[in-house]
Ligand binder design. Structure first.
Ligand code: AMP
Length: 305
C-alpha cells in the first residue's frame, strides 16, 4: 500500500558529546521516508527544498525508491536549516539556530497521483498545514500524526481540529501530559484519545513506548543501544518504521500494531548509532529482523506457578 509522507526536509548541524557535523541531510520527512523505505512498497514524499539542495541527497532518496514528484524545489531561497546541540544527558537538546528559509511559506500541494495514498504520515509541521494535507487526500485507511510542545502551546485550536481527523497520534510522554493537562500517563492517554485519535503511541525516549489501541495497552521495551552517537531523527525514524510496516502488511489489528511499534523501535535504535540519517542508508533485511528478535528476547517474562 502507498504511504504519503509530509514534513520537513532539512540540513542539520549537530553537536553531541561524541562529535559534531557541519551540514548533513535531515528533516522529519527525510527520516520517516528513509526508515519506511525498508518496508513500504511505495513512498510519496511531499516537502520543499531550496536552491542549495544537493543532487546527492536527491539521489539518496531516489535510491530508496522514494517518489519525489511532491518535493517542491523553490529557487528563491535555501533549504530549512536547523542546528542543535546535545548534552551528556542525550534526552535534552538545545536548538542553537533555526532558519526556516523556503519552509516558511511551505504550501503542501499533494500531486494527483498521491491523493489515493492509503497510509498518511503527517510529520511534525504546523497543524493547519497537516489539516490542509488531509483536505487533499481521499479516504486513507490510516492517518498518523506527530506533533510537539511548540504547537500544543502555540496553536492549540488548530491542533485540536486536526486531531479530530487523525487515527493514530504519536507523541512523547511530556507532550501527552501537556496536551491532556494531566500528569498520570494512563489518564492522559484516555483524554487524548477522546480528542480524536482512535489509537495513541506515547514514546518514552530511551525507556520504550506505550501503545493504546482498542482496549489494549502494549508496553514496548527500549533497546539497550551501547553506542548512542546522535539521537537526532529517532522520533521520526520510529514513525517511519512503524508506518512502513503497517503499509507493507496492510493490517491494522492490535497484534500487528504491536509488531509495528517494535519495527519502529528497531529502526530508531539503528538511527542513533551514527550521525544524522547515516545509519539508515545501508541497512539490510537480516539486520532489521535480527534486531526485532533481540527486542522479543528483551521482554520475555517468565511464567510463575
Ligand atoms: P527529531 O529528532 O525526531 O525530533 O527530528 C529532528 C529533525 O527535525 C531534524 O532533522 C530537523 O531538521 C527537524 N526539525 C527541527 N526543528 C524543526 C521545525 N521547527 N520544523 C520542522 N522540522 C524541524
Amino acid at each position: 500500500m502507498s504511504l504519503l509522507v509530509v514534513g520537513s526536509v532539512a540540513y542539520d548541524s549537530i553537536e553531541t558529546p561524541f562529535g559534531k557535523t557541519d551540514r548533513i541531510l535531515g528533516g522529519s520527512a527525510t527520516y520517516i521516508s528513509l526508515a519506511a523505505s525498508y518496508f513500504a512498497k511505495k513512498i510519496n514524499l511531499v516537502g520543499v527544498v531550496g536552491k542549495d539542495f544537493a543532487d546527492e541527497d536527491i539521489e539518496l532518496l531516489k535510491s530508496k525508491d522514494v517518489d519525489l514528484e511532491g518535493l517542491q524545489v523553490d529557487d528563491s531561497g535555501n533549504t530549512f536549516f536547523w542546528k542543535g546541540k546535545y548534552h551528556y544527558d542525550l534526552n535534552n537538546r538545545d536548538t542553537l539556530d533555526t532558519q526556516l528559509n523556503v519552509f516558511e511559506h511551505f504550501d503542501p500541494i499533494i500531486p494527483d497521483a498521491y491523493r489515493d495514498s492509503k497510509f498518511v504520515a503527517l510529520g511534525n509541521i504546523e497543524p493547519s498545514l497537516q489539516e490542509k494535507v488531509l483536505d487533499q487526500v481521499s479516504k486513507p485507511d490510516l492517518v498518523v500524526m506527530d506533533t510537539m510542545n511548540f504547537w500544543i502551546e502555540g496553536t492549540p485550536d488548530a491542533l485540536k481540529s486536526t486531531l479530530k481527523r487523525v487515527d493514530l497520534l504519536v507523541i512523547n510522554d511530556s507532550e501527552a501530559r501537556e496536551l491532556a493537562n494531566e500528569p498520570n500517563l494512563i489518564k492522559a492517554a484516555d483524554k487524548v484519545r477522546n480528542m480524536g485519535p482512535d489509537s495513541l503511541i506515547i514514546k518514552k525516549g530511551e525507556h520504550g513506548a506505550l501503545l493504546f489501541t482498542g482496549d489494549e495497552i502494549f508496553s514496548a521495551p527500549a533497546y539497550p543501544v551501547i553506542d548512542i552517537f546522535d539521537p537526532t531523527g529517532a522520533g521520526d525514524t520510529f514513525l517511519g518504521g512503524l508506518l512502513g510496516w503497517l503499509s507493507y502488511t496492510d493490517d491494522l489489528t492490535p497484534t500487528n500494531m504491536r509488531k509495528a511499534v517494535i519495527f519502529g523501535s528497531v529502526m530508531a535504535s539503528f538511527c542513533v548509532e551514527k550521525f544524522g540519517p547515516e545509519r539508515l542508508k545501508d541497512l539490510n533485511e537480516k539486520q532489521i529482523y535480527d534486531r526485532y528478535r533481540e527486542f522479543r528476547e528483551l521482554s520475555q517474562i517468565p511464567e510463575v506457578e
